[in-house]
Design a protein around this ligand. Structure first.
Ligand code: GLA
Length: 393
């Protein structure tokens, strides 16, 4: 094993500084092969002190998970992934998740979902209203007239209790009080992040309630498989194991229909680049400003989970496979990204330079009788898991 010298570290830091130029070929490079304990440039960039703070009287920190293949930084502010490092075919670590370099940026930014745990109800609830057992509830609208991702102060703004039982596992806990954001019931939530032996990031969710409520938890990591700050994701190839999607209205609320993707730009049953049909004239693409839709997973089983998606970074050759126990996945391709924020690599969050694959129950489920239910009752345990697995080709 080679040792990194001071001069090499300086070279690496210089490379990081150059990343602000957003050269498309650039990746987070280290001079060691994967699986060593050497610091990557991203690890040196993410200063622990920029994450050590107190919010709502609770301690916030940055936690690093690591196994022989992957490294991941998570903050308990919003239970969010800040950095996710996976090797490319040359053994160089690439940071494939979008994030900021300080808690201050997460708090101040208008884009609050980077990497975050989303809850109590992921995606939209029409007009923020729903009925449960005859009682009507209202969540404050935060996305035009609709409620998005759990309302104004969703789980991405909460400080979670963190416990790191070993180097590759982080357990986060949060109790959402009765009527928080308008949702009934004290909801006790546990999210376990772990790095598995087969190169996957596993996210496991559990929740219980003391009153009937609605729950739909997910993770909102923005990915760029060529590396954060390396430009457009439109040339990434995507395969979605979904014959149907849920069309939406102008406010991105599902119409209730399950539409076959055949003959539409939503057909990703075979590999297609994300960008190949994104500018076609299509009402659904117009409503979403691009892809921002829930796909109905076919239920192609792999290790007891639905194989949801495969994505390939065109420049890095990094492959990400998504598996989930959820029935759906929201494919969002960064249509609202507007170069307003500076990322940890120094690049701006430019339009469509990242995509999300949010495993979930379908949007607006509380108001759609024919969609799988997201109601959780006292005595029941909400449990779901998803995995994002990395390889290269
Ligand atoms: C989800 C939504 C999008 C957008 C992003 C966050 O993916 O469906 O419309 O709100 O979250 O910007």
């Amino acid at each position: 094993m080679k040792r990194i010298k001071c001069s090499q570290i300086l070279v690496v830091l210089a490379l990081m500084a150059m990343s602000a130029c957003r050269d498309v070929n650039k990746k987070a490079i280290i001079s060691e092969t994967a699986g060593t304990n050497m610091q990557t440039p991203m690890e040196s960039t993410l200063q622990q002190t920029n994450f050590d703070t107190i919010i709502d009287g609770r301690a916030v920190k940055l936690y690093w998970l690591e196994n022989k293949d992957l490294k991941m930084a998570i903050t308990n502010y919003g239970g969010r992934i800040v950095a996710l490092l996976t090797p490319d075919q040359d053994g160089n670590y690439v940071d494939v998740s979008i994030g900021y370099s300080s808690i201050k940026d997460y708090v101040d930014s208008d884009e609050t979902y980077f990497g975050a745990t989303i809850g109590r109800v992921g995606n939209r609830i029409a007009k923020g209203k729903f009925s449960l057992d005859g009682t009507e509830y209202s969540v404050v609208p935060n996305n035009n007239e609709n409620a998005l991702h759990g309302g104004e102060n969703g789980f991405q703004d909460k400080v979670w209790d963190a416990e790191q039982p070993d180097t590759k596992t982080l357990i986060l806990r949060y109790t959402s009080p009765d009527m928080e954001e308008g949702f009934p019931g004290n909801l006790t939530v546990k999210v376990t992040y772990s790095l598995t032996d087969n190169r996957a990031v596993r996210m496991e969710y559990e929740a219980t309630t003391d009153k009937a409520t609605v729950v739909n938890l997910t993770n909102h990591t923005y990915f760029n498989l060529n590396g954060e700050g390396s430009g457009s994701i439109l040339n990434h190839s995507l395969q979605l194991y979904a014959d149907q999607f849920t069309p939406v209205d102008q406010g991105l609320i599902p119409t209730g229909e399950l539409k076959n993707v055949k003959g539409t730009p939503f057909d990703f049953k075979d590999f297609n680049t994300i960008g190949s049909r994104i500018d076609e004239e299509d009402r659904q693409l117009a409503f979403g400003g691009g892809y921002d839709h829930n796909f109905v997973l076919n239920g192609t089983k792999s290790n007891g989970m639905n194989h949801a998606a495969t994505v390939v970074g065109d420049l890095s050759g990094i492959v990400m496979d998504v598996y989930t126990q959820e029935p759906g996945i929201q494919f969002y391709c960064g249509n609202f990204m507007a170069s307003e924020n500076t990322l940890k690599s120094g690049a701006k969050d430019d339009y469509r330079t990242a995509f999300c694959l949010e495993t979930q129950h379908f949007p607006d489920s509380p108001n759609q009788q024919d969609f799988p239910s997201i109601t959780l009752r006292p005595g029941e345990v909400y449990h779901t898991a998803s995995e994002y697995k990395f390889s290269f080709r």
